[in-house]
Design a protein around this ligand. Structure first.
Ligand code: ADP
Ligand code: MG
Length: 222
């Protein structure tokens, strides 16, 4: 993992150089080549850079910047603000229910990473909607010592035959996908001591995320 992350990081410099020169050369070449640079070569380099950035996100973050936070505070002050912006942008509706027991729990999380997980799920939901209006049903419940969050969309669903592969790195059914969104998300949840699962039908897809809840005793001890 460490070596792979090192290589990924080192790949950025040559890419940046090539990208910079392509951009410069665009001005002094014939129209057709300039068009090729603009529509294919530079975007391809940008795509490679996105893959590298996403990969580095997975490998870096194991135990950084965790904090203990009440679910209610995290959801209302952080997560829903961002998801509401996303919904606004994509004309989606988000319906959220958070049980009283869930809202009072304490979880120990890296906020940015957990937000990233839900942004990834949201983007996939947007991409799974064909003509309809996207509707997300988001809910959080306490199940014993777990916070169980479900994220359900009304998209086209995932074929049963590929359901077991969606968390694999680089697995994608999209012509412009990286196949990293769900694998990063699952890694983030695993790193938090949690679990992430998927179920799907023609009516839509539901992701379930379980995060361990901290005991009051543990919270007091810090
Ligand atoms: P990408 O979005 O780049 O394809 P992801 O890891 O985010 O990569 O998703 C992997 C694949 O899982 C997608 O290509 C798609 O086939 C499937 N998928 C993920 N989320 C959904 C969803 N909400 N509805 C339908 N299919 C989905
Ligand atoms: Mg995705």
């Amino acid at each position: 993992g460490g070596i792979a992350a090192g290589i990924a990081h080192e790949l950025r410099n040559p890419f940046t150089t090539v990208r910079g020169f392509l951009q410069l050369m665009q001005e002094n070449i014939d129209k057709e080549s300039a068009e090729l640079f603009r529509t294919l070569l530079i975007p391809e380099i940008d795509r490679a850079n996105t893959i590298i950035s996403d990969f580095l996100k997975i490998s870096r973050s194991a135990h950084t910047n965790r904090e203990k936070i009440e679910v209610d505070l995290f959801v209302n002050q952080h997560l829903l603000k961002i998801l509401s912006n996303e919904s606004f942008l994509y004309h989606a509706t988000i319906n959220h229910i958070i049980s009283k027991e869930a809202s009072q729990c304490i979880i120990e999380i890296n906020k940015d990473e957990i937000i990233q997980v839900f942004i990834n799920l949201f983007r996939n939901a947007v991409e799974a909607i064909e003509q309809k209006k996207l509707r997300i049903d988001w809910r959080a419940d306490r199940i014993e010592d777990w916070l169980a969050i479900t994220f359900k969309d009304n998209g086209s669903g995932i074929e049963p035959a590929i359901l077991s592969e969606v968390f694999d790195p680089f697995f994608t059914t999209k012509s412009d996908g990286t196949g990293l969104g769900l694998s990063i998300s699952k890694t983030i949840i695993d790193n938090h001591g949690g679990r992430m699962e998927v179920a799907s039908s023609q009516l839509g897809t539901v992701f379930t995320i379980m995060l361990p809840i901290m005991n009051k005793v543990d919270v007091g001890r810090t």
